[in-house]
Design a protein around this ligand. Sequence first.
Ligand code: FEO
Length: 402
Amino acid sequence: MGCIQLKSEVYFVGVLNPFMRIFDVIMRTEYGTSYNAHLITGEKNVLIDTVHENYFDEYIENIRSVIDLEKIDFVVMNHCEPDHSGSLSKLLKLVPQIQVLASTAGKIYLRHITNDPNLNVQAVKDGEVLQLGAETSLQFFNAPFLHWPDSMFTWFPQEKILFTCDFFGAHFCEPRLLDSHTIHLELYEQEFKKYFDAIFSPFIPYVQKGLETIKQIDPDIVCTSHGIILTKGIYLQKAILQYEQWSSKIPQPRIKIPLFLCTAYGNTRILAESIAKGIQSVLKEADISVYDINQSDIYELRENMNNSDAFLIGSPTINKDAVLPVWEMICAVDAIHSKGKPVGVFGSFGWSGEAVPAIIGRMLKAAVFEEGYTCRFVPSQEELHEAFEYGVRFASMISTKS
Ligand code: FEO
Protein backbone atom coordinates (compact mmCIF):
# COMPACT_ATOMS: atom_id res chain seq x y z
CA MET A 1 0.00 0.00 0.00
CA GLY A 2 3.04 2.28 0.04
CA CYS A 3 4.47 4.37 2.79
CA ILE A 4 2.25 6.58 4.94
CA GLN A 5 3.52 9.72 6.64
CA LEU A 6 2.32 9.79 10.26
CA LYS A 7 4.21 12.89 11.43
CA SER A 8 6.66 15.24 9.74
CA GLU A 9 9.54 12.81 10.40
CA VAL A 10 7.74 9.54 11.08
CA TYR A 11 6.59 7.15 8.36
CA PHE A 12 4.80 3.83 8.25
CA VAL A 13 6.87 1.59 5.96
CA GLY A 14 5.18 -1.70 6.81
CA VAL A 15 3.34 -4.11 4.59
CA LEU A 16 -0.20 -5.50 4.49
CA ASN A 17 -0.92 -9.21 4.24
CA PRO A 18 -4.67 -9.43 3.67
CA PHE A 19 -4.47 -13.13 2.75
CA MET A 20 -3.04 -14.64 5.93
CA ARG A 21 -5.58 -16.99 7.51
CA ILE A 22 -3.43 -18.78 10.10
CA PHE A 23 -0.72 -17.29 12.30
CA ASP A 24 1.74 -19.21 14.46
CA VAL A 25 0.22 -22.49 13.29
CA ILE A 26 -2.93 -22.39 15.43
CA MET A 27 -4.25 -18.83 15.41
CA ARG A 28 -6.92 -18.22 12.79
CA THR A 29 -6.79 -14.77 11.23
CA GLU A 30 -10.01 -14.05 9.39
CA TYR A 31 -9.01 -10.55 8.37
CA GLY A 32 -5.37 -11.03 7.43
CA THR A 33 -2.69 -9.01 9.14
CA SER A 34 -0.10 -6.32 8.64
CA TYR A 35 3.61 -6.27 9.42
CA ASN A 36 3.98 -2.75 10.68
CA ALA A 37 7.39 -1.14 10.53
CA HIS A 38 8.31 2.52 10.82
CA LEU A 39 10.95 4.97 9.77
CA ILE A 40 12.07 8.03 11.73
CA THR A 41 14.07 10.52 9.70
CA GLY A 42 16.29 13.38 10.82
CA GLU A 43 19.93 13.83 11.73
CA LYS A 44 19.94 10.07 12.23
CA ASN A 45 17.57 7.82 10.35
CA VAL A 46 16.08 4.93 12.24
CA LEU A 47 14.01 1.96 11.20
CA ILE A 48 11.76 0.49 13.86
CA ASP A 49 11.43 -3.22 13.10
CA THR A 50 11.55 -5.03 9.77
CA VAL A 51 8.85 -7.24 8.24
CA HIS A 52 8.24 -10.87 7.36
CA GLU A 53 10.89 -11.95 4.85
CA ASN A 54 8.30 -12.63 2.13
CA TYR A 55 7.45 -8.93 2.09
CA PHE A 56 10.98 -7.59 1.97
CA ASP A 57 10.71 -6.03 -1.51
CA GLU A 58 7.64 -3.96 -0.64
CA TYR A 59 9.22 -2.90 2.66
CA ILE A 60 12.36 -1.72 0.86
CA GLU A 61 10.31 0.07 -1.77
CA ASN A 62 8.43 1.91 1.00
CA ILE A 63 11.68 2.99 2.66
CA ARG A 64 13.19 4.06 -0.64
CA SER A 65 10.19 6.27 -1.32
CA VAL A 66 11.36 8.35 1.68
CA ILE A 67 15.17 8.09 1.81
CA ASP A 68 18.11 6.27 0.27
CA LEU A 69 18.83 3.02 2.09
CA GLU A 70 22.46 4.11 2.60
CA LYS A 71 21.23 6.90 4.85
CA ILE A 72 19.76 4.54 7.44
CA ASP A 73 21.81 4.57 10.63
CA PHE A 74 19.94 2.22 12.96
CA VAL A 75 17.37 -0.53 12.91
CA VAL A 76 15.65 -1.11 16.23
CA MET A 77 14.37 -4.65 16.72
CA ASN A 78 11.71 -4.43 19.39
CA HIS A 79 11.07 -8.16 19.11
CA CYS A 80 12.76 -10.91 17.15
CA GLU A 81 9.95 -13.23 16.06
CA PRO A 82 10.44 -13.81 12.32
CA ASP A 83 7.34 -11.87 11.32
CA HIS A 84 9.35 -8.81 12.42
CA SER A 85 12.95 -9.91 12.05
CA GLY A 86 12.57 -11.99 8.88
CA SER A 87 13.88 -9.26 6.59
CA LEU A 88 16.82 -8.22 8.77
CA SER A 89 19.44 -10.37 7.01
CA LYS A 90 18.37 -9.13 3.57
CA LEU A 91 18.38 -5.53 4.78
CA LEU A 92 21.88 -5.88 6.19
CA LYS A 93 23.08 -7.45 2.96
CA LEU A 94 21.97 -4.31 1.15
CA VAL A 95 23.21 -1.89 3.80
CA PRO A 96 25.80 -3.62 6.03
CA GLN A 97 26.68 -0.48 7.96
CA ILE A 98 23.27 -0.24 9.67
CA GLN A 99 23.66 -0.61 13.43
CA VAL A 100 21.16 -3.09 14.88
CA LEU A 101 19.73 -2.29 18.32
CA ALA A 102 17.90 -4.86 20.46
CA SER A 103 17.44 -5.95 24.05
CA THR A 104 20.07 -8.23 25.60
CA ALA A 105 17.92 -11.30 24.91
CA GLY A 106 17.18 -9.93 21.45
CA LYS A 107 20.88 -9.72 20.64
CA ILE A 108 21.25 -13.45 21.33
CA TYR A 109 18.11 -14.39 19.44
CA LEU A 110 19.00 -12.30 16.39
CA ARG A 111 22.35 -13.99 16.04
CA HIS A 112 20.59 -17.37 16.00
CA ILE A 113 17.79 -16.18 13.72
CA THR A 114 20.22 -14.78 11.16
CA ASN A 115 22.69 -17.61 11.81
CA ASP A 116 25.38 -14.97 12.06
CA PRO A 117 27.29 -15.31 15.34
CA ASN A 118 29.06 -12.04 14.58
CA LEU A 119 25.95 -10.03 13.75
CA ASN A 120 26.67 -6.48 14.83
CA VAL A 121 23.93 -5.95 17.41
CA GLN A 122 24.18 -3.40 20.17
CA ALA A 123 22.18 -4.41 23.25
CA VAL A 124 20.33 -1.50 24.83
CA LYS A 125 19.47 -1.33 28.50
CA ASP A 126 16.12 -0.64 30.11
CA GLY A 127 15.64 3.15 30.13
CA GLU A 128 18.64 3.81 27.90
CA VAL A 129 18.46 6.91 25.71
CA LEU A 130 19.84 7.11 22.19
CA GLN A 131 20.43 10.68 21.07
CA LEU A 132 19.46 11.10 17.41
CA GLY A 133 20.07 14.82 17.12
CA ALA A 134 20.15 18.02 19.12
CA GLU A 135 16.47 17.70 19.94
CA THR A 136 15.54 14.18 19.08
CA SER A 137 16.13 10.92 20.87
CA LEU A 138 14.79 7.43 21.43
CA GLN A 139 14.36 5.69 24.76
CA PHE A 140 14.10 1.93 25.22
CA PHE A 141 12.05 0.10 27.81
CA ASN A 142 12.33 -3.61 28.46
CA ALA A 143 9.00 -5.35 28.10
CA PRO A 144 9.96 -8.97 28.82
CA PHE A 145 7.45 -11.69 27.94
CA LEU A 146 5.32 -9.31 25.93
CA HIS A 147 5.40 -11.78 24.51
CA TRP A 148 8.96 -13.11 24.23
CA PRO A 149 11.79 -12.53 26.69
CA ASP A 150 13.40 -10.17 24.13
CA SER A 151 10.46 -7.77 23.76
CA MET A 152 10.96 -4.08 24.34
CA PHE A 153 9.18 -0.78 23.68
CA THR A 154 10.78 2.16 21.89
CA TRP A 155 9.73 5.69 22.85
CA PHE A 156 10.05 8.70 20.56
CA PRO A 157 9.33 11.57 22.96
CA GLN A 158 9.50 14.39 20.42
CA GLU A 159 6.29 13.12 18.78
CA LYS A 160 4.99 11.23 21.84
CA ILE A 161 4.94 7.97 19.88
CA LEU A 162 5.51 4.62 21.54
CA PHE A 163 6.42 1.62 19.39
CA THR A 164 5.21 -1.48 21.22
CA CYS A 165 5.61 -4.23 18.62
CA ASP A 166 3.07 -6.98 19.40
CA PHE A 167 1.69 -5.31 22.54
CA PHE A 168 -1.78 -3.92 21.66
CA GLY A 169 -1.49 -5.62 18.29
CA ALA A 170 -4.20 -7.41 16.37
CA HIS A 171 -4.18 -9.48 13.23
CA PHE A 172 -6.22 -7.11 11.15
CA CYS A 173 -5.55 -5.70 7.73
CA GLU A 174 -6.68 -2.08 7.58
CA PRO A 175 -5.20 -0.07 4.69
CA ARG A 176 -6.38 3.16 6.31
CA LEU A 177 -4.05 2.27 9.20
CA LEU A 178 -5.28 4.72 11.82
CA ASP A 179 -7.97 3.91 14.40
CA SER A 180 -9.76 7.12 13.42
CA HIS A 181 -10.08 5.82 9.84
CA THR A 182 -10.95 2.21 10.61
CA ILE A 183 -14.24 1.28 9.02
CA HIS A 184 -15.06 -2.03 10.70
CA LEU A 185 -14.01 -1.16 14.24
CA GLU A 186 -16.28 -3.87 15.70
CA LEU A 187 -14.40 -6.55 13.70
CA TYR A 188 -11.10 -5.04 14.75
CA GLU A 189 -12.19 -5.20 18.41
CA GLN A 190 -13.02 -8.88 17.98
CA GLU A 191 -9.52 -9.54 16.60
CA PHE A 192 -7.92 -7.35 19.27
CA LYS A 193 -9.42 -9.59 21.97
CA LYS A 194 -8.52 -12.75 20.09
CA TYR A 195 -4.93 -11.56 19.83
CA PHE A 196 -4.78 -10.80 23.54
CA ASP A 197 -6.13 -14.25 24.38
CA ALA A 198 -3.77 -16.06 22.04
CA ILE A 199 -0.60 -14.06 22.61
CA PHE A 200 -0.72 -12.31 25.97
CA SER A 201 -3.08 -14.21 28.25
CA PRO A 202 -0.28 -16.61 29.32
CA PHE A 203 1.75 -13.59 30.51
CA ILE A 204 -0.72 -11.67 32.67
CA PRO A 205 1.78 -10.32 35.29
CA TYR A 206 3.95 -8.99 32.46
CA VAL A 207 0.95 -7.41 30.77
CA GLN A 208 0.30 -5.49 33.97
CA LYS A 209 3.93 -4.31 34.07
CA GLY A 210 3.71 -3.30 30.42
CA LEU A 211 0.57 -1.29 31.15
CA GLU A 212 2.33 0.49 34.03
CA THR A 213 5.16 1.46 31.68
CA ILE A 214 2.72 2.77 29.10
CA LYS A 215 0.71 4.76 31.63
CA GLN A 216 3.88 6.38 32.96
CA ILE A 217 5.02 7.29 29.47
CA ASP A 218 1.54 8.52 28.49
CA PRO A 219 1.98 8.40 24.69
CA ASP A 220 -0.30 10.18 22.23
CA ILE A 221 0.20 7.44 19.65
CA VAL A 222 0.97 3.75 19.98
CA CYS A 223 2.36 2.10 16.88
CA THR A 224 2.00 -1.64 17.18
CA SER A 225 3.42 -4.19 14.80
CA HIS A 226 0.09 -5.67 13.67
CA GLY A 227 -3.20 -4.01 12.85
CA ILE A 228 -4.05 -0.39 13.36
CA ILE A 229 -2.25 2.52 14.99
CA LEU A 230 -3.85 3.61 18.26
CA THR A 231 -4.27 7.26 19.10
CA LYS A 232 -5.27 9.16 22.20
CA GLY A 233 -8.91 10.20 22.07
CA ILE A 234 -9.84 7.45 19.63
CA TYR A 235 -9.00 3.88 20.63
CA LEU A 236 -5.87 4.07 22.78
CA GLN A 237 -7.62 4.63 26.11
CA LYS A 238 -10.06 1.82 25.36
CA ALA A 239 -7.20 -0.50 24.46
CA ILE A 240 -5.51 0.26 27.78
CA LEU A 241 -8.75 -0.26 29.68
CA GLN A 242 -9.43 -3.54 27.95
CA TYR A 243 -5.95 -4.89 28.64
CA GLU A 244 -6.40 -3.83 32.26
CA GLN A 245 -9.68 -5.69 32.52
CA TRP A 246 -8.44 -8.80 30.74
CA SER A 247 -5.30 -8.97 32.84
CA SER A 248 -7.08 -8.49 36.15
CA LYS A 249 -7.64 -11.56 38.20
CA ILE A 250 -11.41 -11.36 38.45
CA PRO A 251 -12.47 -13.49 41.40
CA GLN A 252 -14.83 -16.17 40.12
CA PRO A 253 -18.10 -16.03 42.02
CA ARG A 254 -18.48 -19.77 41.47
CA ILE A 255 -16.11 -22.64 40.90
CA LYS A 256 -16.08 -23.18 37.16
CA ILE A 257 -15.59 -26.67 35.71
CA PRO A 258 -16.37 -27.05 32.00
CA LEU A 259 -16.45 -30.43 30.26
CA PHE A 260 -15.44 -30.46 26.57
CA LEU A 261 -16.12 -33.38 24.31
CA CYS A 262 -16.36 -34.76 20.83
CA THR A 263 -18.65 -37.64 20.13
CA ALA A 264 -19.21 -39.88 17.12
CA TYR A 265 -22.41 -41.67 18.18
CA GLY A 266 -23.37 -39.82 21.37
CA ASN A 267 -21.67 -42.22 23.81
CA THR A 268 -18.94 -39.85 24.99
CA ARG A 269 -21.61 -37.17 25.42
CA ILE A 270 -23.66 -39.49 27.69
CA LEU A 271 -20.54 -40.12 29.77
CA ALA A 272 -19.94 -36.36 30.01
CA GLU A 273 -23.46 -35.77 31.26
CA SER A 274 -23.13 -38.45 33.94
CA ILE A 275 -19.75 -37.14 35.07
CA ALA A 276 -21.18 -33.61 35.16
CA LYS A 277 -24.06 -34.78 37.35
CA GLY A 278 -21.58 -36.48 39.66
CA ILE A 279 -19.54 -33.28 39.99
CA GLN A 280 -22.65 -31.19 40.55
CA SER A 281 -23.87 -33.58 43.27
CA VAL A 282 -20.80 -32.60 45.33
CA LEU A 283 -20.20 -29.01 44.16
CA LYS A 284 -23.80 -27.86 44.15
CA GLU A 285 -22.99 -24.19 43.59
CA ALA A 286 -20.36 -24.76 40.92
CA ASP A 287 -20.78 -23.75 37.29
CA ILE A 288 -20.62 -27.11 35.46
CA SER A 289 -21.17 -26.88 31.71
CA VAL A 290 -20.88 -29.48 28.96
CA TYR A 291 -19.67 -28.34 25.53
CA ASP A 292 -19.58 -30.25 22.27
CA ILE A 293 -16.38 -28.93 20.69
CA ASN A 294 -17.77 -29.26 17.17
CA GLN A 295 -20.86 -27.24 18.03
CA SER A 296 -19.13 -24.33 19.75
CA ASP A 297 -16.83 -21.44 18.97
CA ILE A 298 -13.31 -22.76 19.50
CA TYR A 299 -11.98 -19.44 20.81
CA GLU A 300 -14.71 -19.17 23.43
CA LEU A 301 -14.08 -22.76 24.46
CA ARG A 302 -10.35 -22.16 24.80
CA GLU A 303 -10.97 -19.06 26.91
CA ASN A 304 -13.38 -21.03 29.05
CA MET A 305 -10.86 -23.81 29.46
CA ASN A 306 -8.01 -21.53 30.45
CA ASN A 307 -10.18 -19.49 32.85
CA SER A 308 -11.59 -22.56 34.58
CA ASP A 309 -10.76 -23.91 38.02
CA ALA A 310 -10.60 -27.40 36.55
CA PHE A 311 -11.80 -28.98 33.34
CA LEU A 312 -12.51 -32.33 31.76
CA ILE A 313 -12.04 -33.42 28.20
CA GLY A 314 -13.60 -36.37 26.44
CA SER A 315 -12.88 -38.06 23.15
CA PRO A 316 -13.91 -41.24 21.40
CA THR A 317 -11.07 -43.34 20.01
CA ILE A 318 -10.87 -43.34 16.24
CA ASN A 319 -7.96 -45.03 14.47
CA LYS A 320 -6.15 -45.57 17.79
CA ASP A 321 -6.18 -41.91 18.75
CA ALA A 322 -8.23 -39.03 20.11
CA VAL A 323 -10.00 -37.02 17.41
CA LEU A 324 -8.60 -33.89 15.77
CA PRO A 325 -10.95 -31.28 17.33
CA VAL A 326 -9.94 -32.57 20.77
CA TRP A 327 -6.26 -32.20 19.90
CA GLU A 328 -6.93 -28.68 18.63
CA MET A 329 -8.51 -27.91 21.97
CA ILE A 330 -5.64 -29.45 23.94
CA CYS A 331 -3.08 -27.51 21.91
CA ALA A 332 -4.58 -24.35 23.37
CA VAL A 333 -4.10 -25.41 27.00
CA ASP A 334 -2.16 -22.62 28.65
CA ALA A 335 0.80 -24.70 29.77
CA ILE A 336 2.07 -21.93 32.05
CA HIS A 337 -1.05 -21.37 34.13
CA SER A 338 -2.44 -24.88 33.89
CA LYS A 339 0.36 -26.17 36.07
CA GLY A 340 -1.32 -28.26 38.74
CA LYS A 341 -4.83 -27.57 37.42
CA PRO A 342 -7.11 -30.60 37.97
CA VAL A 343 -8.01 -32.21 34.65
CA GLY A 344 -10.27 -35.19 34.03
CA VAL A 345 -10.26 -37.24 30.85
CA PHE A 346 -12.93 -39.58 29.59
CA GLY A 347 -14.22 -41.26 26.47
CA SER A 348 -16.10 -44.15 24.95
CA PHE A 349 -14.25 -46.50 22.63
CA GLY A 350 -15.04 -49.57 20.57
CA TRP A 351 -11.85 -51.57 20.07
CA SER A 352 -8.77 -50.48 21.94
CA GLY A 353 -9.36 -47.06 23.61
CA GLU A 354 -6.10 -45.20 23.02
CA ALA A 355 -7.68 -41.72 23.14
CA VAL A 356 -7.80 -41.26 26.91
CA PRO A 357 -4.20 -42.35 27.66
CA ALA A 358 -3.01 -40.33 24.67
CA ILE A 359 -4.69 -37.18 26.02
CA ILE A 360 -3.32 -37.84 29.51
CA GLY A 361 0.16 -38.14 28.01
CA ARG A 362 -0.19 -34.68 26.43
CA MET A 363 -1.46 -32.91 29.51
CA LEU A 364 2.01 -31.62 30.42
CA LYS A 365 1.93 -30.01 33.82
CA ALA A 366 -1.77 -30.31 34.62
CA ALA A 367 -2.79 -32.61 37.46
CA VAL A 368 -4.61 -35.35 35.60
CA PHE A 369 -7.12 -37.05 37.85
CA GLU A 370 -6.79 -40.81 38.23
CA GLU A 371 -6.49 -42.73 34.95
CA GLY A 372 -9.45 -40.99 33.35
CA TYR A 373 -12.70 -42.82 32.72
CA THR A 374 -13.48 -44.96 29.70
CA CYS A 375 -16.19 -47.30 28.60
CA ARG A 376 -16.68 -49.52 25.58
CA PHE A 377 -19.25 -48.43 22.98
CA VAL A 378 -22.63 -47.51 24.52
CA PRO A 379 -22.37 -46.81 28.27
CA SER A 380 -24.45 -49.29 30.29
CA GLN A 381 -26.41 -48.14 33.33
CA GLU A 382 -23.60 -49.52 35.47
CA GLU A 383 -21.01 -47.57 33.48
CA LEU A 384 -23.05 -44.41 33.69
CA HIS A 385 -23.09 -44.88 37.44
CA GLU A 386 -19.30 -45.35 37.37
CA ALA A 387 -19.00 -42.15 35.31
CA PHE A 388 -21.17 -40.37 37.88
CA GLU A 389 -18.90 -41.69 40.64
CA TYR A 390 -15.84 -40.53 38.69
CA GLY A 391 -17.43 -37.08 38.69
CA VAL A 392 -18.10 -37.35 42.43
CA ARG A 393 -14.48 -38.27 43.17
CA PHE A 394 -13.22 -35.49 40.85
CA ALA A 395 -15.42 -32.93 42.62
CA SER A 396 -14.46 -34.25 46.08
CA MET A 397 -10.79 -33.80 45.21
CA ILE A 398 -11.49 -30.20 44.17
CA SER A 399 -13.59 -29.42 47.25
CA THR A 400 -10.78 -30.83 49.44
CA LYS A 401 -8.26 -28.58 47.69
CA SER A 402 -10.40 -25.42 47.78
FE1 FEO B 1 4.24 -10.42 15.71
FE2 FEO B 1 5.55 -12.08 18.30
O1 FEO B 1 5.44 -11.55 16.54
